[in-house]
Design a binder for this molecule. Sequence first.
Ligand SMILES: Cc1cc2nc3c(=O)[nH]c(=O)nc-3n(C[C@H](O)[C@H](O)[C@H](O)COP(=O)(O)OP(=O)(O)OC[C@H]3O[C@@H](n4cnc5c(N)ncnc54)[C@H](O)[C@@H]3O)c2cc1C
Length: 429
Amino acid sequence: MTSWPSDTPSSLWMSLSREKFEAPALKGETCADVVVIGGGISGLSTALELVHRGNRVIVLEAVRVGYGASGRANGQVISALTRHGPDAIRKVWPGERGERFIQLVKGAADQLYDLIERYGIDCDARRTGWLQPAHTPGRLKRVAGLAAQWAAVGAPTGAVSAEAISARLGTGAYCGGWEHRGGGHINPYAFTCGLARAAVSEGVVVFENSPALRLIRDGGDWIVETAGGRIHAPKIVLTTAAYSGDLWPELTRSIVPVTSYQAATDPLGALADTILPNDEAASDTRMDLRYFRKDREGRLISGGALAIQAGAARRLPAMVARRLGQMFPALAERPMTSFWGGGIAMTMDRLPRLYRRGDGIYAWIGCNGRGLALACAMGPVMADAVEGVPDEKLALMPTTPSTVPFHAFVSRFARLILPWYRFRDSREV
Ligand SMILES: Cc1cc2nc3c(=O)[nH]c(=O)nc-3n(C[C@H](O)[C@H](O)[C@H](O)COP(=O)(O)OP(=O)(O)OC[C@H]3O[C@@H](n4cnc5c(N)ncnc54)[C@H](O)[C@@H]3O)c2cc1C
């Protein structure tokens, strides 16, 4: 398992969460039909779906449920890919395959909010919509096209004028944008804990503090070994995302893990009513993305990445505060009082992947920073794959991992591309 820098403490979401979840560590020998490795939203939604279909399912989590990106995200629920609108998806995956994937993405937020409703998950869920403001007229043209493409496949999207975006964000920093009315925001840690509670209520067995250390072939089955026990199972699903270690080295080498940091103000009081007055979530069009949303107590939560990570706990909140102050002058000088970070699994083409080995091991990976809703939608797809649904019927075609060229180098230095992104953002028209 990949360990993360000690300057990425637990998220604010943990202290705000009313959902709590605890499970024991694995001890001794047991068996299951499927072992899911990774207690984030991907693992839990897969486990929930598999147990509904009559499988005996065990989830192993190395630390605690929600320890990974699922408990550390900004919490924006986004039911669209923005690098790839439907037209671009059809170019990569022509025919039925692309259409199925488009429908999967389109329905992803519905799946997330359905889970919240079905299991009464207490995660401050708001379905107030998601906005992508454009930072240049060129980007505005592009996002208007994206809004039209998603609307053409039935998504509740549309272009938003400069005046409207300014009123809805509370800043005149953008020249228009687009909206997805099916999106919104959640406390992602609370959602993940609630999902774990739901999975257990349906019969899934969860073990925390139980990193899977080795996968051992045992005839036609697998033995998953932890420090305290072993599980015998014919099938394994890896949902370890950016935290993947060496259980399946090719999986780890198929992505670039990137650390993204979050910072939050203290509750803004009456000022909160002037920023995002409709309580939407917003992520802009910059390559070095700027995004923000409020929590239930009126904090503004934003974030970003750093080219050089040394001193992140000091430098990142200062950078976020400066950016927010540029957009919302009333926030100038406002300190960021919470800071945390997490790992994002990036693929080279920014599209997710479903991997399958012939020996009963499966994985999906590549959330590219937009995975909360997608992870909910991928649960049923992973269950289909595990249960042998024909490939042509799956929303994401199973493939085998291909290694990112110069993986070790790229993983170490990928973030050094940030200054180039910032330069491009500043020069765009
Ligand atoms: C800072 C940040 C902000 C983000 N903001 C957003 C957002 O606003 N909207 C959005 O849609 N997406 C966002 N994302 C992305 C989103 O959080 C992820 O796509 C999603 O949570 C991925 O869930 P997951 O279950 O696949 O992975 P994770 O939640 O990362 O779970 C992987 C788990 O695997 C466990 N694990 C690893 N190795 C082992 C092992 N050997 N044995 C047992 N367990 C193991 C880890 O401990 C971890 O808990 C953000 C991500 C980050 C980091």
